[in-house]
Design a protein around this ligand. Structure first.
Ligand code: G3P
Ligand code: CA
Length: 289
């Protein structure tokens, strides 16, 4: 492992750079203001992980969108959070007898028949589970940025390579996307490491709150450590940010899922780099982004 504590001189250099360039490297917010990420799209206002949720985030002026990627029985990458289709689609109704309605047991054509909007509101009836390709194209159309989560990768061997292939096909692995518009994250450290090894230029994030003692190891392949806000402390944020990630910049902290102004101000006070929210407009207004 080759983690390097960020030297004081580097910190001073970054401070000077912030004065010269008063926007974050992601171009999303003034220096010191956390960037705001629409969690599963703007999922407080539209059905999660759908194109409608991406559109809603764009309408709110939110640049960063988070999603969850899994794989169908016949190998198509789709955007859905749970490992089964029960909560966010009408799979039980459309396919009775297919219990437990696991994503991995349905073909892409079968999933394309499902209604992924009515559970949220009748006004979203007919909304579909998007493929990753469709999702990326919609994010691109809006000029947004993508925090892509590999969800349950242990269920889908090879999903890291397949995800990178879709991103490559869609033009998301060119220099500009990789530098400013894409982060791939997972709760599964092995999966994050695999993404880094397959495509070292791609920024990565490890979800969770690993012990501080383990951070040097993770800094070898993760640019971000992205913890739940519930147990977050300013000390933990500072500890993460004291290391340089695999691309030489200090590691970042994006915390989730913060949906009210008070919590947003609290974590902003801890110095987090980003806040992931179902109601990103509320968070943005609270932290002044
Ligand atoms: O991006 C962070 C967050 O999405 C992780 O939790 O369960 O919503 O995927 P979850
Ligand atoms: Ca997620």
């Amino acid at each position: 492992m080759h983690a390097r504590p960020v030297a004081a001189s580097i910190t001073a250099l970054l401070g000077a750079a912030a004065l010269l360039f008063p926007v974050s490297p992601a171009g999303a917010a003034p220096a010191g203001v956390p960037l705001v990420v629409a969690h599963r799209g703007a999922s407080g206002y539209a059905p999660e992980n759908t194109l409608a949720a991406v559109d809603r985030a764009a309408a709110l002026g939110i640049e960063w969108v988070e999603n969850d990627v899994q794989r169908t029985k016949d190998g198509t990458l789709v955007v859905v959070h749970d490992d089964n289709l029960r909560r966010t689609t009408d799979a039980e109704e459309v396919f009775p007898g297919r219990s437990p309605w696991k994503v991995k047991d349905f073909t892409a054509a079968e999933i394309a028949r499902l209604d992924a909007g009515s559970w949220f509101s009748p006004s979203y009836a007919g909304t579909r589970v998007p493929t990753l390709e469709q999702f990326v194209r919609r994010v691109e159309k809006h000029g947004q940025k993508l925090l892509l989560e590999l969800k349950n990768p242990e269920l889908y061997p090879g999903i890291e390579q397949e995800t990178l292939k879709v991103l490559s096909n869609e033009g998301w692995l060119d220099r500009q996307h990789v530098r400013d518009r894409l982060v791939v994250q997972s709760f599964d450290a092995a999966s994050v490491r695999t993404v880094h090894e397959l495509k070292p230029a791609v920024k990565t994030g490890l979800l969770g709150t690993p012990p501080v003692a383990d951070l040097p190891g993770y800094a070898a392949f993760a640019d971000q450590i992205n913890p739940s806000h519930s147990s977050l402390t300013s000390g933990y944020v500072a500890a993460v940010q004291s290391f340089a990630g695999p691309h030489g910049a200090r590691m970042q902290v994006l915390t989730w899922t913060v949906n009210d102004a008070a919590a947003a101000r609290r974590v902003a006070g801890y110095g987090v780099d980003g806040i992931i929210s179902n109601t990103p407009d509320v968070v943005r207004d609270a932290v002044g982004g």
